[in-house]
Design a protein around this ligand. Structure first.
Ligand code: SF4
Length: 104
């Protein structure tokens, strides 16, 4: 996974296994999310300068939920992380069932 960034307790992680490199995040938040020329995967380029809105705009634009946003260690986006091919429920933060987030 790429380097997380901290901002108001917010950490952004881009899962390279989920990223298919189509760049919607970069279009939604230019200069914040960019595509790595070597890997073709998204990277967070200016995470420390990004606004919370920019971070979320890129994450919302991603069709594969490759951009995970946590605040103070709790995932806030996406609320439901659907499995990708090859993922097992409960692994890599993938929701184990249809119960969603815990109520705590
Ligand atoms: S929108 Fe998602 S899949 Fe596309 S480059 Fe960005 S992180 Fe990767």
């Amino acid at each position: 996974m790429s380097e997380p960034t901290s901002r108001r307790g917010i950490e952004v992680t881009i899962d390279p296994h989920r990223c298919i490199g189509i760049g919607k995040c970069a279009a939604a938040a230019p200069g914040i999310y960019t595509l790595d020329e070597e890997t073709g995967k998204a990277v967070l380029e200016n995470g420390e300068e990004a606004t919370v809105e920019q971070l979320f705009a890129g994450a919302r634009a991603c069709p594969t939920q490759a951009i995970i946003i946590e605040q103070f260690g709790r995932r806030v986006f996406p609320r439901l992380l659907v499995p990708m091919f090859g993922d097992k429920p409960g692994e890599n933060g993938v929701n184990a069932g249809d119960s969603g987030e815990s109520a705590s």
